[in-house]
Design a protein around this ligand. Structure first.
Ligand SMILES: [Zn+2]
Length: 579
């Protein structure tokens, strides 16, 4: 070794120690191991003898990022599961890994044995039909030479059909997008004003093996897919190629195959066509598909597919309401109606989810614009009128739930009375914040049966009261702080309090909707809350009600009994159904 080499970071000492560790780990397992020449000073190269072949392993001995070191093998002559096109071995599944950084040689040995075990399994997989390889097909496709990133906005559901392709060639590397022909164009396609072209999506029972290094994807792969098409699929193929007299063109073919591990793999390629057939001289470009479809993303992200068909109205799109809207959307609710006549203002920015760019825009329009891009498949109907105006034409049968997040008790109590005694039974949540850091509330009632918001407005004897018995604040205290005279008055609470309360209300509604739909519980009213520590409120001289102290040791069940134990005069005898 020259001085130059030994001065490299890591260096031969590290590699020697790593080899000793690999050797002793192999001897325990009776695996024959031979050291090979290092391709680089910090890479350990070893040959391990497996059941059917010898594995050349190259292990990075300079891994300093507390991950398993990078491991590669010689690119196999035909593809192997968990080995990339260029030979990288995917040993790190990132699950619960805990490495001791003071023992780097042992980490290298651990990685070497892990790679060996994986490669032995992959070789067995290759000998028995490549099931595991095809489970990981999309990952392999990503590293094929020249593979382009592309997006599928349609659901990959195994139903062969024509889709619409769009290519953005203005980028350094072109981007492809695919969508249903009759669907709204994805916003990135719309924004770039891309022209659509025919593309074909086919589902096959199985697929040819993709090329191994140094081979590339060729027209032969497209030909092989064509050979597997059914008569129905061949009709679609003819549509893709179009009339034979046309000039040469570039076409996109998308193929899904079943994954034994569940779901479907999707790969695609762009190829040339001329005279009604595949152009054998034109290049074939692999496309790595990223699925942007509503169902797929909901499933992968842990959102609910059952909620995708649900429609919830949120009245009030302020600091609490916007969190309710965002949380319902993230949980998977597919349709939201957002009602608020207020415009977004500079005062809102730090306790709202919308960007300042929406200032002077009605809040429902801002949420519609921002969140439909944020959550694929979400539909938000913005209503820029008062809740009372909205109610005049609203049909309860179109909704699966309603949330009132105005923080205006008198408006909400009048809605509670109007909504009571309906034929159509849906849950209605009333949510509001207390001043400063006191906490927040969520009262849930059903439009049929007993239990309503007025139940909370009674004293200990059950007589009607102006103040809610859920209030953390002693009644009749001014809490609105005044910054710059009357026009600068604002309700004193912070973004954290607003978010906690919005989250509480959204979770309350969703848990009730879900458990009632599953038959786990009958529709019944309930009350939830969170109590803060109240330090800021005390500092500002606010006096709290006894319930504020009791609340912190009271369960939701007990609190629900306190509010709804006996129905009040507004919900005791249901009125005649009027809807
Ligand atoms: Zn009541």
């Amino acid at each position: 070794m020259t001085d130059k080499v030994s001065a490299e970071v890591g260096g031969p000492v590290k590699v020697d120690a790593a080899f000793d560790a690999v050797k002793s780990a192999c001897s325990i397992r009776c695996i024959e191991v031979v050291r090979m020449e290092e391709p680089r000073p910090t890479i350990l190269a070893v040959e391990l003898t497996g059941a059917t072949r010898k594995w050349h392993l190259y292990i990075d001995c300079d891994e300093a990022r507390l991950r398993l070191p990078w491991v590669a093998t010689q690119p196999p002559t035909s593809p192997l599961a968990h080995v990339s096109y260029s030979g990288a071995v995917c040993i790190d599944d990132g699950q619960g890994l805990s490495l001791d950084p003071s023992r780097p040689a042992e980490i290298v040995a651990h990685a070497a044995l892990k790679a060996y075990n994986l490669l032995e399994k992959s070789a067995a997989d290759a000998a028995s039909g490549y099931v595991e390889f095809f489970n990981e097909l999309e990952g392999y496709w990503l590293h094929l030479p020249g593979s382009l990133r592309s997006r599928a906005y349609f659901e990959v559901d195994g139903k062969s059909r024509m889709v619409k392709g769009f290519v953005n060639s203005r980028l350094k590397t072109p981007n492809w997008y695919f969508a249903e022909p009759d669907a709204d164009q994805p916003w990135d396609v719309r924004q770039e004003k891309l022209a659509g072209q025919r593309a074909l999506y086919v589902h096959l029972g199985a697929l040819e093996l993709p090329p191994a290094k140094p081979d590339k994807l060729t027209p032969a792969f497209i030909e092989a897919v064509n050979q597997r098409l059914t008569l129905e699929q061949l009709k679609l193929w003819d549509q893709l190629l179009g009339p034979s007299k046309n000039s040469p063109k570039t076409l996109a073919l998308l193929v899904s195959v079943p994954r034994q591990a569940g779901g479907l793999s999707l790969v695609a390629a762009v190829f040339g066509a001329r005279a009604g057939g595949i152009d054998k001289s034109a290049p074939v470009t692999p496309l790595t598909m990223r699925r942007h479809a509503p169902h797929y993303m909901r499933e992968r992200g842990g959102a609910s597919l059952e909620l995708f068909g649900k429609h919830v109205a949120v009245l009030g799109a302020g600091a609490v309401g916007c969190v309710v809207v965002d949380t319902l959307a993230a949980a998977g609710v597919g349709k939201l109606t957002v009602v608020d006549y207020d415009e977004y203002s500079a005062d809102n920015v730090f306790r709202h989810l919308l960007e300042p760019l929406y200032i002077d825009t009605p809040k429902p329009f801002g949420l519609n614009f921002a969140l439909e891009r944020r959550y694929p498949g979400l539909r938000i109907t913005p209503v820029t009128s008062t809740a009372q105006e909205w109610w005049k034409t609203a049909d309860l049968r179109h909704y699966d739930g309603i949330v009132f997040a105005f923080g205006a008790p008198s408006v909400e109590r009048s809605f509670s009375r109007v909504l009571k005694g309906r034929q159509h039974d849906i849950p209605v949540v009333f949510t509001w914040l207390e001043a400063m850091d006191l906490g927040g509330h969520s009262v849930l009632m059903w439009t049929k049966g007993e239990g309503c918001l007025d139940c909370a407005y009674r004293d200990d004897e059950g007589l009607p009261s102006q103040a809610s018995r859920t209030s953390f604040l002693e009644p009749n205290q001014p809490v609105t702080r005044n910054l710059t005279g009357c026009a600068g008055a604002f309700v004193p609470f912070g973004p954290i309090q607003a978010r906690k309360t919005g989250l509480l209300a959204a979770e309350h509604l969703l848990s009730v909707m879900t458990s009632v739909a599953a038959g786990d519980e009958a529709p019944k009213p309930s009350y939830r809350f969170w109590a803060g520590d109240g330090t800021a409120a005390t500092e500002h001289g606010l006096r709290t009600a006894p319930w504020f102290q009791t609340a912190r040791t009271t369960s939701f069940e007990e609190a629900t009994r306190m509010v709804f134990g006996r129905p009040c005069r507004h919900c005791r005898t249901p009125k005649d159904p009027s809807a």
